[in-house]
Design a protein around this ligand. Sequence first.
Ligand code: URA
Length: 197
Amino acid sequence: MERIKALKKIENDIVSLKSSPLYNYRVNEKNYPVIGEGDCLAKIMVIGEAPGKKEAKTGRPFCGASGKILDELFLSINLKREDIYITNIVKDRPPENRDPSPEEIAAYAPFLDKQIQIIKPEIIVTLGRYSMMYIMAKFGLESQILQISKMHGVELQIETSYGKITFVPFYHPAVAIYNRKTKGALIDDFKVLKKFI
Ligand code: URA
């Protein structure tokens, strides 16, 4: 299938991306890049921030503590992980789980752009402010960017090369590990997705 082939090419390109500011760290740590996984025909695409320790050891997105919260959220609306496509804006783990730098985002964003172009989701969900800001800037909504506390759960329309689609930013599930209020907001916000399932 063309989509699988195109996604495989992205994987190969990232594996050999020596120009990335995170390439040497990945090799030294014996980490894997985390490309993304799920249904390449998915209607919903979920975009996180960057792999954590467990993700970088396995090459799988959201398989650690944040992933556990995410699974609870998916279950709360009966959404199966295998029915969506899930990825991150930055494909390699930044040292000490620090926030991704503008250079790191710039290095990996072209791959996210290609993933969107291949999968052509009808709904893009971002987790956290980095992927929210990137998607809003990419699709011409830069002037509408507010703090994530004001934007989470708000549905917006974005114009892509393949038509109008829905975009909805959520808090990052990592914040919900320590903050019950954020977890409550995430549970409420996830209900927005019900009508797309
Ligand atoms: N946090 C993310 O943003 N992505 C992952 O894959 C894991 C944790």
